[in-house]
Design a protein around this ligand. Structure first.
Ligand code: 5GP
Length: 188
């Protein structure tokens, strides 16, 4: 059966390991398309416009927001960042599925502008495991850890709005399950 390229949106709580999981899936599925985000921040040395990011002025960015050209956007560290609809559509038209890895709020917003998007929530095996992973990273102090765990509980409450759920226990097994979810929707 022929595959139909799809737009997948992956999110989940901080510490769930979604970055590592998506990287592994990209290794397995080298046909997945890459989207270049837009940003209003200045290029760093070595960054190339149109490759690292589409570097936009504030005015240009705002115009594109007004024109509905973003699938999602957010203010991060004082600058605007967003995924252009054209970037996703370019890949889909070329037959490549796309995975966007974005926060929960951004993910739910994507569905309002791109109803065909498939929303996938990455879950920890349990809240205890999530806490142990966050502690194990050693990157957060106790206050920040408590905040992330409280945020995680709020994010988990939104999980039911997602189309698919993948528990990230063992990396290889979870990557295979995520690949199976992509396959199932591409065959649809
Ligand atoms: P940097 O300036 O270091 O390249 O990225 C800073 C932050 O912007 C990262 O945490 C990254 O997740 C976020 N970011 C990059 N591209 C996008 C995007 O297209 N949409 C959103 N919402 N955030 C992004």
């Amino acid at each position: 059966m022929a595959r139909a390229p799809r737009l997948f949106v992956v999110s989940g709580p901080s510490g769930v390991g979604k970055g590592t999981l998506v990287s592994r899936v990209r290794e397995i599925r080298s046909d997945l398309g890459l989207t270049v985000s837009a940003t209003t921040r200045q290029p760093r040395p070595g960054e190339v416009d149109g490759v690292s990011y589409h570097f936009l002025t504030d005015e240009d960015f705002d115009r594109k927001v007004e024109a509905g050209e973003f699938l999602e956007w957010a203010n991060v560290h004082g600058h605007k960042y967003g995924t252009l609809r054209s970037e996703a559509e370019r890949n889909l038209a070329a037959g490549h599925s796309v995975i966007l890895e974005i926060d929960v709020q951004g993910a739910l917003n994507v569905r309002t502008v791109f109803p065909d998007a498939v929303l996938i929530f990455i879950e920890p095996p349990s809240m205890e495991v999530l806490e142990a992973r966050l502690r194990g990273r050693g990157t957060e102090d106790e206050a920040s850890l408590k905040l992330r765990l409280a945020d995680a509980a709020g994010e988990m409450a939104l999980a039911e709005k997602y189309d698919e759920h993948v528990v990230n226990d063992d990396l290889e097994a979870s990557a295979r399950r995520l690949c199976a979810v992509l396959d199932a929707h591409e065959m649809n």
